[in-house]
Design a binder for this molecule. Sequence first.
Ligand code: ATP
Ligand code: MG
Length: 350
Amino acid sequence: MSPGKKADDSEEADDIDYEEFEDSKLDEDTIDIGDEGVSGLDVTDLPGVGPAIAKRLSEAGYKSVEAIAVASPAELAAAGSIGETTATKIIKAGREMLDIGFETADLLLERRRTAGRITTGSKALDELFGGGLETQAITEMYGSFRSGKTQMAHQLAVNVQRQPEEGGLAATAIYVDTEGTFRPERLEDMAEAYDMDKKKVLKNIVWARAYNSDHQILLCDQAMEMAPERNAKLLVVDSVTSHFRAEYTGRGTLAARQQKLNKHLHHLQRGAEINNMTVYITNQVMSRPDAFFGDPTAPVGGHVLAHVPQTRCYLRKSKGERRICRLVDSPNLPEGEAVFTVVKDGIRDV
Ligand SMILES: Nc1ncnc2c1ncn2[C@@H]1O[C@H](COP(=O)(O)OP(=O)(O)OP(=O)(O)O)[C@@H](O)[C@H]1O
Ligand SMILES: [Mg+2]
């Protein structure tokens, strides 16, 4: 499906049931995952990759030349049961086929210009984000409970489906839910507020519940693979840290947790770039009893999360239904704050 095609009139999108992603779990028989990346090149076109290696790589999630080109030699060697030297050669060939490597800044600018933006539903917030949440990047929203992180995720899943002139990308969404807080009823509320066809809106969102951190990683990899064929331009991971936090307790396990989380986030970043999609992740805050000055809360995940996501925002509740979103870190936007509210219709200006 071409990126410009409208989500509404897409036959493929019509076939998607948001429960299908969950039901299929990781069973590839029920969900047809395209074996071709954006380039349409076949993995067996790579020198040294025969059907047997291709099969092993595919089973490990390396189904396209794109996925192989950005893998690390060690990862690929393990996945394909091949030597690291062979893996390095395969990766190099993949990069050459796709023309990945250094490029001049004007080309990068051109690619950045193809980045789209998804409106949040609030003008003040959109302004803070320079026009909405950007594709080719991860946006992390961290904040305490009921601060609106999940509501924002729902709103984005609806808004990505709207037409570009309405602040959308005429695309679909993939939602990975780790906390069991995905609510199709809320999507209906939000769709109704825009006079959208509720049924279509739900069909354009595939949803899966992740039961542990490994499952979450697998689902995200699967999401990145199916993004092109579903014209998905938004991946939600709500929340990205809760399983990691629950599974790795105690000081001794911290390094292992951070390493795994770091890898997970780098995969998400890669997928965001390859698929020109927005990755929206949420994160809880933990209290810092040792903090004497400033805000006594800190996002879970510490410095790993601080360095991977492109844009980090801190959400907090204010008087009444008001919420304050502070842009904490962004490579190209000034720090700032915006006030918005959560109502039945969704995310709105105050
Ligand atoms: N139908 C609705 N109408 C109005 N406001 C609503 C509605 N549904 C939810 N909200 C608002 O959204 C809040 C919940 O926000 P949300 O679930 O996004 O929090 P969160 O940041 O994801 O919290 P957590 O860390 O617990 O996951 C509610 O407290 C309420 O203020
Ligand atoms: Mg939530």
